[in-house]
Design a binder for this molecule. Structure first.
Ligand SMILES: Nc1ncnc2c1ncn2[C@@H]1O[C@H](COP(=O)(O)OP(=O)(O)OP(=O)(O)O)[C@@H](O)[C@H]1O
Ligand code: SF4
Ligand SMILES: [Mg+2]
Length: 325
């Protein structure tokens, strides 16, 4: 039985970017997202650059106060900024950022970086601090002699391992991975992904795995959600998602993934040709926000924003055409 650990309800985060002639202009970075994440799953959140993935993550972490909607974690409303969150909640909810270079303090060594969360949350005393740090380093397959290194002397992959160790220091149950490998060399990406998956199993973690790489999700995620201009446009169990993609945008993304075998080529959706560029999030078109690029659009699409419907069991889609399937 899958139990929800997090329920994101109609979440909105708007940024005021301009005020001209007394008129306020907002970027609707996240605009009415509903997402349920189940205990122990790897939820893949996929979207192009600027689709609102990180903004959603930062709202979940309390780094942004939502403009609207609610976030429930373990049945508690956590839709408040970090300053108003309990220490227990902060301990339970962690994030690994995309760029380990800028997320680790360059003036500290690894020991100082890892001891901070342990001290803040009272998880180690002076006597056992070093051993706890050695244990954390071992968790991410780094040797104890990394303790006195500085992030600047380490490779990108090693720095990201330290970021993962820092996130796991507080023994969280829910971890957001915001493009954890996209800033790394291809050679190290698979190692980090495999380590994250192993840790997820061993520590019974729940992941919200953010990426722009849809093909990566096929072997990693239990469910996949696609974000486009601040909204989720399709969400399904991973097997169902890749077998029967419904939304024209999803089919466009899938049809452009390179494959290595004829069998995989046969399973890919036919090439979907979209027109136009992704619109600016300050000037989202009326109706369906994808209609300017959609090969399947009808008159209705320019007038009415589709609502999310359950097209098949557990398979949700926001599209006037798909809803009738
Ligand atoms: N603090 C901010 N102030 C104003 N606009 C912002 C702010 N943060 C994000 N945005 C805008 O909100 C939109 C969504 O940004 P976000 O960083 O969430 O996208 P993303 O999906 O994470 O993209 P990427 O894949 O490039 O990381 C973008 O148009 C971005 O410019
Ligand atoms: S609602 Fe219309 S424009 Fe939007 S994805 Fe569906 S068919 Fe395309
Ligand atoms: Mg981002």
């Amino acid at each position: 039985m899958t139990e929800p650990i997090m329920e994101i309800k109609d979440l909105k985060k708007y940024f005021l970017v301009n005020k001209s002639n007394g008129k306020q202009v907002f970027v609707k970075a996240v605009d009415g997202v509903n997402l349920t994440i189940n205990q122990g799953e790897v939820m893949g959140l996929v979207g192009e650059s600027g689709s609102g993935k990180s903004t959603l993550a930062y709202a979940v972490m309390g780094m942004y106060k939502p403009s609207g909607g609610r976030i429930l974690f373990k049945d508690r409303d956590i839709s408040v900024s970090s300053a108003k969150r309990s220490l227990g909640l902060k301990k339970d909810l962690q994030i690994v950022f995309q760029d380990p270079g800028s997320s680790l303090n360059p003036s500290q060594n690894i020991k100082q970086i890892l001891e901070l969360p342990l001290k803040v949350h009272g998880l180690a005393q002076n006597g056992d601090l070093d051993q706890k740090i050695i244990d954390l380093l071992q968790t991410v397959e780094l040797s104890p002699n990394y303790m006195y290194k500085s992030p600047a002397t380490m490779g990108g992959g090693e720095r990201q391992m330290v970021s993962i160790a820092r996130a796991l220091a507080t023994d969280p149950s829910f971890v957001i991975l915001d493009e954890p490998t996209s800033a790394l060399d291809v050679s190290i990406q698979a190692k980090i992904i495999n380590m994250l998956l192993k840790l997820q199993q061993v520590k019974r973690l729940t992941y919200l795995f953010i990426t722009h790489d849809l093909s990566l999700m096929r072997n990693i995620a239990t469910r996949v959600a696609i974000m486009y201009l601040g909204k989720v446009c399709e969400m399904a169990d991973t097997v169902q998602f890749f077998k029967n993609p419904l939304h024209p945008y999803t089919r466009m993304l899938l049809s452009s993934i390179p494959v290595v075998s004829e069998e995989e080529e046969a399973l890919k959706p036919q090439k979907v040709v979209s027109t136009g560029e992704i619109p600016s999030p300050v000037d989202v078109p009326p109706g369906c926000s994808f209609h300017l690029r959609c090969p399947d659009k009808t008159e209705l699409c320019a007038q009415e924003d589709p609502v999310m419907v359950e097209a098949a069991s557990g398979h949700f889609v926001r599209c006037h055409a798909c809803a009738k399937m």
